[in-house]
Design a protein around this ligand. Structure first.
Ligand code: NAP
Length: 248
């Protein structure tokens, strides 16, 4: 039996296990299982690897995406640039290679959504947390200039207050990416504070949130004519990238 799984803590609402269980059934993938490994400390990883000699790959989630790097032997480009590991491939000699599949998931979905026009955008990235790291590296690699927006003037280039006060900022940035958890179920009535009435059909709004399908951020953008996209495709692409990494 080939074993794959997810490490993190806590793991009560994991998307990955459900996703892979369904994939194995629908694609007739046999003798393969995907387990949740809720480990209390990252230093439990070596013992986990020892007790599962047929473990071929892991996903990594909060709070271990950075800490896990001390056990990784080699980092692929994505993990090195982003600074977080969310996929581990266990090689036949049991050494570990770290990847960041959010980088690949976001990049593929962004490029197909924007078509060949990526270089014509300036972007605003809302939020400066974990998810924003992969987004920023992808924007750099796609030659999209970006500025960050934070509640804290010291963490980002702009605050939300400055966006409301100075209409030039939003006018100059027609790609707006929400990497905050604002609007995520069950807090569906929340949205980042933006001058939404300034938006029009020249704007592209991407929300990393996938539940609900249309957050208030996207809804307000759409009302003003903006083109919108949620995080579902990124989520599926990053899961499929894990599978590709483990099986290549
Ligand atoms: N689609 C996908 O595949 C995918 C992948 C990864 C993550 N996500 C989604 O992306 C979202 C963010 O994930 P994360 O792990 O980066 O979350 P996080 O670390 O909790 O938050 C990200 C950032 O959002 C800002 N923020 C947090 N609470 C806020 C509030 N009440 N008001 C305004 N800003 C707030 C903060 O930045 P400042 O302190 O600078 O304001 C924070 O650093 C989640 O909804 C997650 O589900 C989706």
């Amino acid at each position: 039996m080939k074993v794959f799984g997810l490490i993190g803590f806590p793991l009560s609402h994991s998307f990955s296990q459900k996703y892979f269980a369904k994939k194995f059934v629908t694609e007739g993938i046999q003798d393969t299982t995907y387990e949740n490994f809720e480990i209390k400390h990252i230093d439990d990883l070596p013992a986990l690897l020892e007790s599962y000699p047929d473990l071929f790959g892991l996903n990594v989630t909060i709070p271990y995406k950075e800490e896990v790097k001390k056990y990784i032997d080699d980092l692929d480009y994505s993990a090195r640039k982003v600074g977080d590991v969310n996929v581990i491939k266990v090689l036949p000699d049991r050494s570990l290679v770290g990847y960041n599949s959010d980088y690949y998931g976001f990049r593929t979905s962004l490029e197909s959504w924007l078509g060949g026009k990526t270089a014509s955008f300036n972007a605003l990235v809302l939020g400066t947390g974990g998810a924003s790291k992969a987004v920023k590296v992808v924007l750099e690699d796609c030659n999209i200039n970006y500025r960050t927006v934070s509640r804290d003037g010291k963490k980002g280039d702009f605050t939300y207050f400055e966006l409301i006060e100075d209409p030039d900022i939003v006018r100059d940035h027609t790609l707006i990416i929400n990497t905050t958890p604002l609007g995520m179920y069950p807090h569906v009535n929340e949205a980042p504070q933006l001058p939404y009435d300034q938006l029009n059909d020249g704007y592209y709004l991407y929300d990393l949130i996938y539940n609900p399908e249309e957050t208030l951020f996207l809804e307000k953008g759409k009302e003003n004519g903006a083109i919108i996209k949620n995080g579902l495709e990124m989520l599926i692409l990053q899961a499929e990238k894990s599978w590709e990494i483990w099986n290549q």
